[in-house]
Design a protein around this ligand. Structure first.
Ligand code: ZN
Length: 279
């Protein structure tokens, strides 16, 4: 569980960070786009949104069959290194082992800070075809003000924060990280979408909140996911054991039940490809 001895402020920031990741925000409808160009066909992206802003993806087609994407945010906020050194687990090897055992294609939205702390796991994820690694910022700071008390990245530092995470991924040996970005806390506004245009990413939100942050009841997490999933859903969960300790157990319930219902697990790229292939 969370170390409570390092001060209310530090605990509060982590709580905010994780809670923020599991909170739905006002969303805009996804914007269908033409087919990806041949150059990016291997990693489908959406066309720019209104006024050339970074496109935002929430879920795949509802009528495209029973597909669902489990996504796992590997959170670690800049400044938490001392806590990791003291033994707090921001990683979750048991969860990753379960996903491999159950053969669940998954998308991991990884912070650069997490990849720095756990380079072997990051490399392993980044070279395993079962997974795709996408970007959850370097710092896990917020990209808008008023995002659950997270420190805020200034607008002129947003692109650099995203690109710093990609630089860490390359350094530790992640192959072909995806051009997808999840805003810390899911918090974004027009300014943030504008600032990230040069980074060339598609922003990926979700339509199902797993509710695993600070959960203590794996069955409740599983129920929440199972109640929320529809065809094309994107589910947000976490790959951070200290703050989301029940996720592995929840996944062991969620996966067989959704398969029993006829769902096929896919990576986010497949859902974006399905959405982008429509007019
Ligand atoms: Zn997060």
């Amino acid at each position: 569980m969370i170390t409570r001895t390092r001060g209310a402020v530090a605990v509060g920031v982590l709580a905010a960070a994780l809670t923020a990741c599991a909170t739905v925000h006002p969303q805009q409808p996804p914007r269908p786009a033409p087919s990806a160009s041949p150059a990016v066909r291997a990693a489908p992206t959406l066309a720019p949104g209104p006024a050339g802003l970074t496109p935002v993806f929430h879920h795949g087609p509802r009528d495209g069959g029973r597909t669902v994407a489990l996504t796992f945010d590997a959170d670690m906020t800049a400044g938490q290194g001392a806590r990791a050194a003291a033994g707090e687990h921001f990683d979750h090897p048991q969860l990753l082992a379960a996903l491999r055992e159950l053969k669940v294609p998954s998308t991991v939205f990884m912070t650069g800070r997490w990849a720095e702390e756990y380079p072997d796991q990051a490399r392993s994820l980044g070279r395993d075809p079962l997974f795709e690694v996408a970007n959850h910022s370097y710092s896990h700071y917020a990209f808008t003000g008023g995002c659950y008390g997270l420190p805020t990245v200034p607008a002129d530092g947003m692109r650099a924060d995203v690109e710093r995470a990609y630089a860490v991924f390359r350094k530790v040996g992640v192959r072909d990280p995806m051009p997808y970005f999840r805003f810390p806390g899911g918090c974004y506004d027009r300014q943030a979408l504008k600032a990230l245009v040069p980074a060339g990413v598609t922003a990926v939100q979700w339509d199902v909140v797993g509710g695993d942050a600070f959960a203590t009841d794996a069955d409740a997490v599983a129920r929440q996911v199972l109640d929320g999933v529809r065809p094309g859903s994107v589910v947000v969960l976490h790959c951070t054991r200290s703050a989301a300790p029940t996720t592995e157990r929840a996944v062991r319930t969620i996966v067989p039940e959704l398969r029993r219902q006829g769902y096929r697990f896919v990576k986010v790229s497949e859902l974006i490809g399905a959405a982008g292939g429509r007019d």
